[in-house]
Structures are given as C-alpha cells and as structure tokens.
Design a protein around this ligand. Structure first.
Ligand code: DGY
Length: 330
C-alpha cells in the first residue's frame, strides 16, 4: 500500500536491469515491483506463474509474449514494456485483442547499433579476426603482397536492407569512408530518410547485384522472415560482404552457409543469429569468412541504461493511462 493506504498495482520485471531503469521504477511510488533477480532469463514456467494479476510487464527480447503469457496475466494487465527496439518477440495481435499497450525503446540505441555495425563491417571486410589469429598462432610469415587481403570501402556501393533510423545512421557513418553510392531496399521508398544521404531506392534483386556490401537493418516481420536466402546470395557479387545486425530470422542460415562455403559471397558478419545463443558447434563458427558476435550491437553502458530508463518510463506512463515516450501503435 502507498501512503494513502491504497493498494499499488503490481508489475513484474523479467530480469535484473541497468540501474537507471530500476531507479525510475522504484522512485515512482506508483507500483509494487516483483523481479526475476538474475542476469539469466526467467524460466517460462516461472514467468507464467509470476504474471498472474499484474498491471504491467517489463520484459526483454528473450521473453516470448504470446497468448499464453497474456492469459496467465489475466485482465488486470494494461501495459507491456520491452527494453528493446525490436518487438518481434511480442504478439501484437494478442495485445490488441486485449487492449494492452506496448512500449519499446527506439532512438536511444540508434548510434550504438550503427557504430557496432560499422565495426563489424570493417572487422569482416578487412579480416581482422583471422589476422589476429594468424599473428598470434604463427601464421605470420614474411610480408606477402596478397596475404590477408580483404575489401575496402573507398569507391564502393553499399546497399542497406531496411532504411529506418539505424540504416540511415549506418550510412551517415560510412560516408566518410569514401563510399561512392548508397542503395536501399525496403517495402517502399523512404524519401524522408534517403534524400539527405542520398540513397537510391532499388528492388532487392538490384541491391544484391550492385552492392559491394549489404547491411541488413530491417525489423523481423512475417514479410522479412528468411528474406536473405539463396535468391539474394546467388545474385550478390562473389567479392561482396554481408552484414546483419537486425534479427537472425531475417536470414536463411543454411543458404548463407552455402554461399560462404561455395564462394558466392566473400564474407559475412553477424551480430544476430537463429537461435541465440548459436550452438558452439554450429557450422558457421567453423568458417574463417564468417564473423559472429553475441548480439552486442546496443551494448554500451550508456545505451543500455538509456534503454532501461525509457522502458521504465514507458511502463509507468502505461500504468497511469498517459502518453508513453515511445509506444508501438497497435
Ligand atoms: C533491440 O533493442 O531490439 C536489440 O536487438 C538489442 O538492443
């Protein structure tokens, strides 16, 4: 109960979250907080039990928020707030049916994700991890003209699949590297995003054919599920670099594996896979021309705190029936 003796609504937080987020929730005096106090995801059975009767759910991208969870929560649930910009783990249809609102965390992570995307691109195109290994493990013989050669960005064509906030931020960061031409493919032209770069809207086939680098920055939706498959890879240049920092589900990994093994494309850099974590014995880990990171694109201390804070204030706004800072229209 609060000072007035009123019972506060209960919320459930599915993980230990960065301190700025927790502080906002605690200091609000607007809710009773229950939390899965661990760095590991809450077991599904525990989640189903703990959500019963809550008013708000603060979750991460690791929790599948579907009809089962929403039914377990019951009619008290008014708001779900995810500490992520992606919300493919949340069933929008089921939320809508029940009149539950959804908060998410765009904008605050754009710079961090774009920065990591550029880092992953350079690590992949200039073969940094392979080179570090060679230096350490005795592969570094004498200086050789064509040893460890990769591909540069000067005069290149970069194709972005999905021109949103992150895609535009990636292009802005790549421009000073001397990229000659920016292309993008999306559900339709995005002049609001493309004009200032500038970037040309092209069909996906053309993006594949003309790009020296393809960077995937789109959301995972039924339309983009597996969109990067054999038909894309077979049209790409055999010198091209493929980068994905969006969601693993956008890529047909078997097709990617074949493209990398058969030399259809030069190399790939992935910050996201399907599943996550990718099993350590997965064939993609055996390839020298595949750089795999453990989903760290937004992982700066400041960004993760900003995400946690935005998700907290979204949740509080939802509890009070107020406008959220960032809400997914349903
Ligand atoms: C997101 O927010 O959706 C990212 O995948 C993690 O930052």
């Amino acid at each position: 109960p609060n000072a007035a003796g009123k019972q506060l609504p209960r919320i459930y937080v599915t993980r230990r979250i960065p301190p700025r987020g927790m502080k906002i929730l605690r200091q609000s005096g607007l809710c009773n907080i229950e939390q899965w106090d661990s760095d590991e995801p809450v077991p599904r059975s525990e989640l189903l039990e703990k959500v019963a009767g809550i008013r708000g759910l603060y979750c991460l991208l690791t929790e599948k928020i579907d009809a089962k969870v929403l039914d377990a929560a019951g009619p008290s649930l008014r708001v779900v707030s995810t500490m992520s910009v992606g919300y493919d783990h949340v069933s929008l249809e089921e939320l809508k049916k029940r009149g539950i609102r959804l908060g998410y965390t765009p904008d605050v992570l754009t710079e961090a994700v774009a920065e990591l995307t550029v880092a992953l691109l350079l690590a992949t195109s200039r073969r940094l991890l392979e080179a570090v290994d060679e230096a350490k493990n005795g592969g570094w013989g004498t200086w050789k003209p064509l040893w460890m050669c990769g591909y540069g960005l000067t005069d290149s064509t970069v194709g972005i699949l999905g021109l949103g906030r992150i895609g535009a931020a990636v292009m802005a960061r790549l421009k000073p590297f001397g990229v000659k031409r920016f292309l993008y493919a999306d559900a339709g032209p995005r002049p609001d995003m493309a004009t200032k770069i500038p970037a040309e809207f092209v069909p996906l086939d053309e993006l594949a054919r003309h790009s020296d680098v393809i960077v995937v920055c789109c959301a995972l939706t039924p339309e983009t599920q597996g969109i990067c498959g054999n038909s894309l890879f077979s049209r790409m240049k055999d010198t091209a670099i493929f980068i994905n920092t969006s969601r693993g589900g956008v890529v047909n990994q078997e097709a990617l594996y074949q493209a990398l093994v058969n030399g259809q494309i030069a190399a790939a850099g992935l910050d996201v896979t399907e599943p996550e974590p990718l099993p350590t014995d997965h064939p993609l880990f055996k390839l020298k021309n595949c750089v795999i990171l453990p989903h760290i694109a937004s992982a700066t201390v400041a960004t993760r705190n900003a995400m946690a804070a935005l998700a907290a204030s979204n949740l509080l706004a939802g509890l009070q029936g107020k406008a959220m800072g960032k809400e997914v229209p349903l």
